[in-house]
Design a protein. Sequence first.
Length: 228
Amino acid sequence: MDSRYLKKTLTDEEIEIVHLSQNPDRALWSFWACKEAAYKVLKKSHLVDSFIPRRWSVRIRLPSAKHPASLGSESNILPRSIMGSYHQPHEGYVIISEREAVHVYLFLHLSYVHCVASDSLAALDSSIWGVNILSGKKDRQNNGSSSQARKRLARRLAAFLHISQNVIKIRRIKNGTELQPPIVSIGGMRSEIDLSLSHDGRFISYAFICGNGISRRSKTMNESEKQP
C-alpha cells in the first residue's frame, strides 16, 4: 500500500487503523468513500472549493446489536471489525472543522463499500439509493457507466413517483469546464428532487431525496468504491 497516498488521504489515526486492519483495502476505501461523499455535499452547497481529505476525520458509530460494548460510544472504523451486515448502515460523520460536519451512512458489501452523505440527518434517513454492478466490459463500453447510472436512477425515480420513465430526464451542465451536479426534469420541468450519481469501474450507484419535510438545502451524495 502506497504510504504517500495514505498520507495525502488519511489522518494519522486513520492510517494507523488501516495498518492494523485485517482488511486494509476495505478500511482505506471506507474512509475514502465517506470523505469523497462528504466533499460532494459541501461542494453542492458551495461551502468548500477544494478537497483536502487529510484534514478531515471520519467517525463511525458501530451498530449496538453487533457490538453491544460500543453502545453510545463512537470510534473510527475498528481494525478487526466486519461492521455488521450490508443492510445495516454504520452511522457516523465526517468532521470538516470545529463547526462543520457531514452525516454519513456507510454500507459494506463483500465486493464494495458504499457511503451516503448529507448535511441533514433527516434527509439521510429519507434518502433512497441503490448500487448496481454492470455485467461486463462490453456493457460498459457500449453504454457508458455514467449513462447506465442515469438510466438506473430514472427507473427507480419512475417507480417511486408512479410515472413513466420516459418523462424523466437527468443531465449535467457545465460551468466553464467543470461539470455541475446532476439535475432532473420531469415532463420538461426542472424538479427540486435532490440526487447524486457515482460510478467506479463496473459499479454504479445513485441516491435521491424526494418527500415532504426535507429542506431544499439538504444535500445527499453517494459514493461506491470497489474492493481490489
